[in-house]
Design a protein around this ligand. Structure first.
Ligand code: ADP
Ligand code: MG
Length: 259
């Protein structure tokens, strides 16, 4: 079997000696989706931010985060700058706060290219931006629209375009549909899944919603208060949960049918 793209091994994160992530381990292969599921405050976002090198300096991190062969725990700014966007990209829960209201959506996608890849010709940047907009289902002629002119779902499409425009091999999606209505959430999930498949990316999908996970993930890692309580193939964990916490999460959901 191929070496996983991302390996997290015995990861610990603490703030002021208070542990928020405790001995978490998982791995992600190309083309696969790993869901991290748990209640609010269980350490999901902190784990994702550690992978991206986006935790505040007050965070103490030990253990291993390996992207291909590169160790990311306590890696330098330069290492993170070269990996972020180009190899591992992330989208967040609330698309409005991540977009700048004074720039057009097209300009912001262009910025994402310029930030991660220098020396790309202006015309190439523009063409890649328009292609990215089309790929996420936004009309090319909306390049000059401002974020406030877009619905929540369209803003999340902009964020997806910004995340994917430098062709990362891993996408971290941290509760990407929580702020959206159910219909829009389904459309955004469909888009993410389609892009993951067409590009063969690995996706780390963070959610508190097991119904979503059941329909898209290959593997699931259940977290509770910073600790890993259950981990395995999604069918096994959902159909035969071993831990009472997983059972509790499952009992909140009326039906669990893989689509
Ligand atoms: N900058 C920070 N300083 C101290 N504690 C933090 C910080 N960020 C998050 N935490 C704590 O870490 C825990 C996990 O948070 P988080 O990963 O955001 O949870 P979630 O699973 O909801 O994404 C929470 O108890 C939170 O209060
Ligand atoms: Mg979170």
């Amino acid at each position: 079997m191929a070496q996983p793209e991302l390996i997290v091994n015995a990861l610990n994160i603490s703030f002021d000696d208070v542990s928020v992530v405790n001995e978490i381990s998982f791995s992600l292969n190309k083309g696969k989706t790993l869901a991290i599921v748990g209640e609010s405050g269980s350490g999901k976002s902190i784990t994702a931010l550690a992978i991206m090198g986006l935790l505040p300096a007050t965070a103490k991190i030990t253990g291993e985060i390996l992207f291909q062969e590169t160790q990311l725990v306590n890696a330098s700014r330069n290492v993170f700058q070269s990996i972020r966007g180009n190899n591992i990209a992330m989208i967040f829960q609330e698309p409005m706060t991540s977009l700048n209201p004074v720039f057009t959506v097209g300009e912001q996608i262009e910025e994402a290219i310029k930030l991660h890849q220098h020396k790309v010709a202006r015309k190439t940047v523009r063409n890649r931006t328009l292609d990215a907009m089309e790929e996420v289902g936004l009309a090319r002629d909306r390049f000059s629209a401002y974020p406030h002119e877009f619905s929540g779902g369209m803003r999340q499409r902009v964020m997806i375009a910004m995340a994917l425009v430098c062709k990362p091999t891993i996408l971290i999606a941290d509760e990407p549909t929580t702020a959206l209505d159910a219909t829009t959430a389904r459309q955004i999930m469909g888009l993410l899944f389609e892009l993951k498949n067409s590009r063969g990316m690995g996706m780390l999908f963070i959610s508190h919603n097991l119904r979503l996970v059941a329909s898209i993930a290959d593997d699931v890692c259940v977290m509770k208060q910073g600790v890993h309580v259950e981990h395995g193939a999604v069918e096994d964990v959902l159909q035969n949960p071993k831990h009472t916490y997983t059972k509790k999460l499952l009992s909140c959901i009326p039906t669990l049918q893989r689509q």
